[in-house]
Unconditional design. Structure first.
Length: 206
């Protein structure tokens, strides 16, 4: 598989400005921009979406000291942090493929700009996200998109990658295997006993 068929994904963040600064100290901003220059794809989710824009402004100091910082400049959008936090389950349509999507929003901030004219998804008819004209850089506020088999298959197919993963069944199998492993190698009763004793101590102290 050609490396340009791969996509870099910037995940969500509870501290977008701080995590963007850390990303830069590690030199990952250089790697991401080089990947795009070579024809690669990038998808930002929530905080990762905000990082892809031109600027992130936090005039009220919601995440820390009031500031405005430069983003990665890969999307023509600007984000302003606002105190009103969006937290909800959502369903909609992936614009590029018409595939149904579902996920959740949990974010602070509003992003606007010319690339928002090319949304990634629509939610109840409302556009969400932004894309470059060639579609190689995209971002959306929706988390959890890749748990949907239909969306994941369509999104990977766009990159020339076949996917037959059944998320729901395989995640349950993985969790069951992890639970069996923990039960075999840990004294669960002792751990629960310690947790209960500390809970009782905390309650007494209060």
């Amino acid at each position: 598989m050609n490396t340009l068929d791969c996509a870099e994904i910037l995940p969500g963040s509870k501290s977008t400005v701080g995590d963007l600064a850390f990303l830069r100290t590690q030199g990952w901003d250089i790697d991401i921009k080089a990947h795009v220059r070579r024809g690669g794809h990038v998808l930002g989710l929530c905080g990762g979406y905000q990082m892809l824009g031109r600027t992130i402004a936090d005039p009220e100091g919601i995440e820390g000291p009031a500031t405005t910082v430069e983003g990665l400049g890969l999307l023509d959008i600007a984000t302003v942090m606002i105190a009103d936090k969006s937290t909800r389950l959502v369903r909609g349509i992936h614009c590029a493929t018409g595939t149904a999507i579902e996920g959740y929003e949990i974010h602070l901030g509003r992003s606007e700009g010319r690339d928002c004219e090319r949304p990634v998804v629509t939610i109840d008819g409302r556009p969400d996200g932004a894309s470059t004209a060639d579609g190689r850089v995209q971002g959306t506020y929706v988390h959890g998109l890749f748990t949907g088999d239909a969306f994941r298959k369509a999104w990977l197919a766009h990159l020339g990658i076949a996917s037959s993963l059944a998320y729901a069944s395989q995640i349950e199998s993985a969790l069951d295997a992890l639970a069996d492993h923990l039960e075999a190698h840990l004294d669960i009763d002792a751990i629960l006993s310690i947790a209960r004793s500390r809970q009782t101590t905390s309650a007494s102290a209060a």
